[in-house]
Write a protein that binds this ligand. Sequence first.
Ligand code: HEM
Ligand code: HEM
Length: 175
Amino acid sequence: MSITNNLTEYGFISKIFHWLSAAVLIIQIPLGFYLVDMDFSQKRLTIENIHVTLGLSIFYLTLLRLIYKAFNPTPALRNSIFPGQKVIAKLNHIFLYIAVLIITISGALKKLYNGEKLDMFFFNLEIKDNFELAELFYEIHIIGNYTLIALITLHIFAVIIHKVLFKENLLKRIL
Ligand code: HEM
Ligand code: HEM
């Protein structure tokens, strides 16, 4: 396996980016839903800190992944089995990136407009509170999450459909 991508295969770096993002998201989505159902307590604060730290990590990871993608070829998709298939696959990938960015940015803005300081790892952020905007960004955070769940479901469903119906093992490309 090569380190970087070429026009036919994903390299090691892309594979690490993919599975690290997937692993963190698989923890982060249920953690967010668990968090909102908790009463105020020390444990809740700890879980919220973990949620924010993981969320900001995914944000930076996604930025790095997109910068890397910009300077590295993306392996071509196979020939379409049905019309529009490549377009759907491409759109699915683009919307996955957009959903992750919208969720992380809206989560950060929700906290900032709530009047809370945010440690962004390399610098601190603080802005004037505005509870209406905090509420709006929280709504975006929630809608973003349901959209991401739908996109991930579609993404995994496509891999299964390819295997079952078209006898094509897409997983091999990213493993
Ligand atoms: C991709 C990364 C993230 C995912 C998948 C995610 C997911 C979630 C989910 C599912 C909820 C529960 C929503 C609900 O049903 O009410 C939630 C709540 C929340 N998230 Fe995130 N989140 C992410 C990143 C972030 C980031 C980066 C921040 C802040 C910097 C953040 C701050 C919050 C806050 C403050 C809440 C509400 C907790 C409360 O006060 O009840 N999230 N998140
Ligand atoms: C168990 C879960 C997952 C499986 C089985 C899976 C499988 C795959 C496969 C087979 C590919 C290669 C598709 C191709 O080029 O033909 C791929 C690419 C991709 N996956 Fe996943 N994936 C999973 C989870 C996720 C998650 C959670 C995300 C959310 C960010 C994600 C985002 C992407 C993106 C953006 C690409 C395209 C890479 C690029 O070219 O930029 N995947 N995935």
